[in-house]
Design a protein around this ligand. Sequence first.
Ligand SMILES: Cc1cc2nc3c(=O)[nH]c(=O)nc-3n(C[C@H](O)[C@H](O)[C@H](O)COP(=O)(O)O)c2cc1C
Length: 359
Amino acid sequence: MNSFGVRFSITTFGESHGSAIGCIVDGVPAGLLIDESYIQSEVDRRRPGLTKFATQRKESDTVQILSGVFEGVSTGAPIALVIYNENQKSSDYESIKSLFRPAHADFTYFKKYNIRDYRGGGRSSARETAARVAGAAIAKKLLETFGIKVQSGIFAIGGIEAQNIDFEYAKTSEIFALDRLKEEAQKEAIREAQKDKDSIGGCAYVKILNAPIGLGEPLYEKLDALLGGALMGINGVKAVEIGEGINASKLRGSQNNDQMDKTGFLSNHSGGILGGISTGEDITLKIHFKPTPSIFLNQSTQDTNAEPINFTLKGRHDPCIAIRGSIVAEAMAALVIADTLLLNASATVENLKKIYGNN
Ligand SMILES: Cc1cc2nc3c(=O)[nH]c(=O)nc-3n(C[C@H](O)[C@H](O)[C@H](O)COP(=O)(O)O)c2cc1C
C-alpha cells in the first residue's frame, strides 16, 4: 500500500535513487489557497545536508506542482507534486549490493519481493518521506483555515530529555531542540556517537492545537489508532505515546483522570482523546525513533545466499533520524487530522443540514 487516508489522501511514488519522488494528494476541497512557496518551506525543514547533524546528501528538494491548482487555488482535482532526485551516489551502495544491512529493510524487502534495489534502500529509504511532507503541507494549509495548528520538536536524544517545551525555540535550533537548556547536551550525545562511527536514538514531540471536538471514527478508526498507525508507519519509529502514554500504566486512576468543572477539563492526561474521539484539548504525542541503522563500524550479517559476511558501510547517513523524523511526524499527524476533519463533517444530520439546508 502506497496510499494513506480516506477522504483526504496521499499516494506517494519514487525511490531513493530513481529519477524522482512525488505525491498525489486527493480529496483537497476546491478553493483552498495553495501557496507553492509554503509547500517548499515545509519540505525544506526536512531537507538533507543542512547541518552536520543530518546526512550530507545535498538535494535542493525543489517541489513542482503538476496538477490540481489553478490561479493559486485548489480545483478539487488531484494535486500532483514532484521532487526530482539530484544527488544520488549509487556507487556508495555497490559494496552492499548483495548483503543485508542490520536493522534496515534490506532483508525483509528481499525476502518478500525477491528484488534487491540496493541503491540507497530504494523504496524503503526515508527519502520517500519528503513526498509525504510535501503532501502534508497542503493538509496543514487546510487545517490553518480552521485555526488548527500542528507543531513539532525534539524531546529527547539518547535519553537526554527536555524539561521545558518551546516550539518557537525548536524552529531556530539545528536539531529542533524543544529545550534550549538541554540542546547542547543533546548535540554532544550525537557528536559522541558520530565520533564512535555510531548513531543514536531520539524522541520527537508533536502537539496539535485547536482540534475541534469530535475527530475520530469509532470503533475501528479511533483517532488514537489512526495517529498511532500513521506515526508507527514512519521509518525507524518503534513506539508512539499519546498524552500520559506509558506513564499512565504506572499511575492510579485518581492521578490519571482528567476531572472537569464547568469551564471544561482541569488537566490533559488523555492527550486530547477519549473513546477514540478528540476532546477539544491539545493532542500530545511522543514518537520514539530507533538509532539510524546505517553505522560505520564493522558488523556481521548475511548475504543474499545466506552466507555470513563482515562488512563496513560507506556513504552518507543521518546520525540521528529523530531530528528530521520529527518533521515527518508533524506531517503525518497533520494528514490524520485533515482526513478526520473532512470525515467528521458528515457525522451528524445537523452537520449535513448546515450544508444542504432542511429540505
Ligand atoms: C527522516 C529519516 C531519515 C532517515 N535516514 C536514514 C539514514 O540516513 N540511514 C539509514 O540507514 N536509515 C535512515 N532512516 C531509517 C530507515 O529508513 C529505516 O530504519 C529503515 O527503512 C527500516 O525501517 P524500520 O526501522 O522502520 O524497520 C531514516 C528515517 C527517517 C524517518
